[in-house]
Design a protein around this ligand. Structure first.
Ligand SMILES: [Zn+2]
Length: 275
């Protein structure tokens, strides 16, 4: 009887030891039970998570030439236009700024300049920008008869076509739009252009960058007349354009903050209607 009791006691002790043994080493730790949703059990922890989210900053983009822009309002459109190029010094600086702000504009080129700097005309088209015509010799079109008017247009068109000839896929960057030098127009200018299937591209808002004003004053000019669907006149050639470049960056930055975006006034299919 005593011996049987000792055996039972030994079995019980052995079972107890086995049950009390630590879990196998490889066992995965159990996940902590989460409090039910909307639980106020741990408000401090929720607060610190919100803080973590608020303090999170996006990593610096590796490509600084293009900004990650806020969502633009589809109705807040501005049409930027640049006359008197192409210019080997100023046009590339303007192209870089437009790229940075995802802006598309129209460059109304002087035919003579496109002949001198075909690689700059090509760079404008390669950047996805549109090209219009600004006459071959930058002369007042109302003074011309039809044949001279025709040559001003066709010679400019051909200079730009030649500049783009090695890249047939860029031909669509050349538009059927004509910006008259000095804004000088007449009934005959409209009539000749119509006969040649060209639209006359005027503007609403002259930045007056050609008067030598500062970049800040260029921004003020734009802010004074700012409304959706305005056509803005600037220059990328002709003389020192350092203040135009500065003013353009201020305009792009300020208008982008206000929800504007920048579309081309003219494309291969023609010109936007004046609103
Ligand atoms: Zn001009």
């Amino acid at each position: 009887m005593k011996k049987r009791f000792i055996i039972i006691l030994c079995i019980a002790l052995l079972a107890g030891l086995l049950l009390a043994a630590p879990a196998p080493v490889a066992a995965a730790p159990r996940a902590q039970a989460l409090p039910p949703e909307n639980s106020s059990a741990d408000p401090g922890r929720a607060q610190s998570f919100i803080q973590l989210v608020n303090n999170w900053t996006a990593p610096e983009p590796s490509d600084q030439s293009s900004l990650d822009l806020p969502q633009a309002n589809p109705d807040l459109v501005i049409y930027l236009t640049f006359d008197d190029g192409p210019d080997p010094k100023w046009t590339p600086q303007i192209l870089a700024l437009l790229q940075k702000y995802h802006a598309t504009a129209v460059f109304y080129e002087i035919g003579r300049n496109a002949r001198s700097y075909p690689q700059i005309s090509l760079a404008v088209a390669e950047a996805g920008q549109m090209i219009g015509l600004h006459g071959y010799n930058h002369i007042e079109l109302p003074k011309l008869g039809y044949s001279d008017f025709y040559l001003e247009v066709i010679d400019t068109r051909d200079a730009i076509r030649d500049a783009l000839s090695g890249r047939p896929e860029l031909a669509k960057q050349l538009t059927p739009c004509l910006r008259p030098p000095y804004g000088a127009v007449s009934d005959s200018v409209y009539s000749y252009a119509y006969d040649m299937n060209y639209a006359i591209s005027m503007w609403h808002l002259d930045t007056r960058d050609w008067t030598g004003i500062s970049g800040e004053e260029i921004l003020q000019q734009v802010e004074k007349g700012l409304e959706p669907y305005r056509v803005v006149l600037m220059h990328d050639g002709g003389e020192d354009r350092s203040e135009t470049v500065r003013g353009l960056e201020l305009v792009l930055h300020e208008l982008t903050l206000r929800g504007y975006h920048f579309e081309p006034y003219c494309t291969v299919t023609g010109q936007e209607f004046n609103r």
